[in-house]
Design a protein around this ligand. Structure first.
Ligand SMILES: O=C(O)Cc1cc(O)ccc1O
Ligand SMILES: [Fe+2]
Length: 455
């Protein structure tokens, strides 16, 4: 079966038996997939003439010489080589998609901040024009750090394609459904799922259910990978098989089209006469994927104390310093709390890493009010934070029983670099001016007597 046509018009390869339609299971696998029989060369990458008159082309995701266990590349067999998909570039303006370094002199990034959900407007916004950068960290040109964005998408890209040379994008939907029609296949995402779009991969984004809102972590550094589990062993947390990579899908479509490229923090457009989504077959380990966060198996304390949130790491992007991530993507999802004689919510703390959080749905235990679905908070490098007064009192006085934190999903983009607010985050997005007041009624309970004052 090679003629499965998606509703977006792309011709898709057969799905491996027993797997979810349109996807192949595994994270970082060496995949192979073809949308026409015999399109994928066997036993070699560069036959003298490829089947169907296709062009062979390598997409490198790491340096040629990267260590074997980190080396990523994919061989594509396509109707035209990519060099025909880009012509002369014209610089274009993209007012709200910012890259590090982006230091605004009169904006103070030092602080604890929280925002209500960024609202939609009446404007038709695509994946590219609807991207709103909230923070940037590090330096895109130095290939370290990240940017945190909110996307507000109401319109599909038509005869328009995009790729970023600056980094991979980790997409965290919060509202609506999107379809990523990529060179390597089609990925549909909705809230509770995430997707990774590798650096350099060309795609267009269609709205399946709009308006769509969500969060994006743009990773300028080394790619996201699964964290080592240490003594936890070979299972739990995010399991490799639950990641899904699309089967090959292509379109052979002639139409005046535009490719937008993000490169060194700048945006450029180039005109072409056909769709660049023309990869008929591919094999390799550099590919987009998606993951359903309901498949994440949380590990936690089963007797006492609140462990560090690193136990909830879904993906980590290493920096040069061992154990100190360029970015950790951390998930706070439904789980049981059963610790005895324990203050169960997050403790008060100061962290060398800077923590940007987003709420996908439900209530977050440290902030029962104010941190709402679609909302964002930022606790920057070395700035103290923790439960608000209500959460502190409730957790301190609770009769402790096993309790399920149900209907909840929040996440954190945690980076070793300080995060800088953009002009949009500081002046346009719905910043909660009174956020720091959530700690103001935490009063002194010290009396000099061991029992303290809990009245
Ligand atoms: O600040 C936060 O809410 C995130 C967080 C959660 C947790 O369980 C422990 C530490 C931490 O930074
Ligand atoms: Fe924190």
């Amino acid at each position: 079966m090679y003629d499965e046509t998606t509703t977006s018009g792309l011709i898709r390869a057969a799905t491996p038996v027993g797997t979810r339609a349109g996807y192949m299971p595994g994270f970082g696998n060496d995949f192979e997939t073809e949308a026409l029989p015999g399109a994928l060369p066997q036993g070699r990458n560069s036959p003298q003439r490829c089947a169907y008159g296709l062009y062979g082309e390598q997409l490198s995701g790491t340096a040629f010489t990267a260590p074997q266990h980190r080396n990523e590349r994919t061989w594509c067999y396509r109707i035209r080589p990519s060099v025909k998909h880009v012509g002369r570039f014209v610089r274009i303006d993209m007012a709200h998609w910012k890259s590090a370094p982006n230091v605004i002199p009169d904006v103070t990034s030092l602080g604890q901040y929280r925002w209500d959900p960024v609202p939609h407007s009446d404007e038709a916004l695509t994946w590219v024009t609807g991207m709103r950068t909230m923070t940037t960290a590090g330096d895109a040109g130095a290939q370290s750090g990240m940017a945190a964005h909110v996307y507000l998408v109401t319109a599909s890209m038509q005869d328009e394609y995009f790729f970023s040379a600056d980094g991979e994008l980790l997409v965290v939907p919060q509202e609506g459904r999107l379809r990523f029609c990529t060179e390597l296949g089609v990925i549909d995402v909705e809230p509770k799922e995430i997707a990774i779009l590798p650096r350099g991969l060309v795609y267009r984004v269609e709205v399946i259910d709009g308006p769509a809102r969500g969060f994006v972590c743009e990773n300028y550094g080394q790619k996201f990978e699964l964290p080592g589990r240490g003594p936890i062993g070979a299972n739990c947390m995010a399991n490799r098989r639950d990641f899904k990579t699309p089967v090959a899908a292509f379109e052979d479509r002639d139409a005046p089209s535009r490719v937008i490229v993000k490169w060194a923090g700048e945006f450029h457009a180039t005109e072409i006469g056909h769709s660049p989504l023309d990869v008929v077959a591919w094999h390799g380990n550099y590919a987009p994927c998606k993951y359903d966060m309901r498949d994440y198996c949380p590990i936690g304390a089963i007797l006492f104390d609140h462990p560090d949130p690193s136990i909830f790491t879904v993906l980590t992007a290493p920096s040069g310093v061992e154990g100190t991530a360029n970015i950790d993507f951390v998930l706070f999802r439904e789980r049981w709390m059963s610790m005895e004689n324990t203050f169960r919510p997050p403790w008060y703390h100061k962290n060398v890493m800077s923590e940007l959080m987003g709420n996908i749905y439900g209530e977050y235990d440290a902030k029962p009010k104010g941190f709402v679905p679609g909302g964002i908070s930022l606790h920057n490098c070395m700035l103290p934070h923790g439960p608000d007064n209500d959460a502190f009192m409730k957790a301190s006085l609770a009769e402790l029983q096993p309790e399920k934190l149900d209907e909840t999903m929040s996440f954190m983009f945690e980076t070793r670099f300080p995060q800088r607010l953009t002009e949009f985050a500081a002046r346009t997005a719905p910043l909660q001016d009174d956020y720091v007041e959530c700690w103001s009624s935490l009063r002194k309970r010290f009396t000099g007597a061991p029992e303290g004052d809990w009245s």
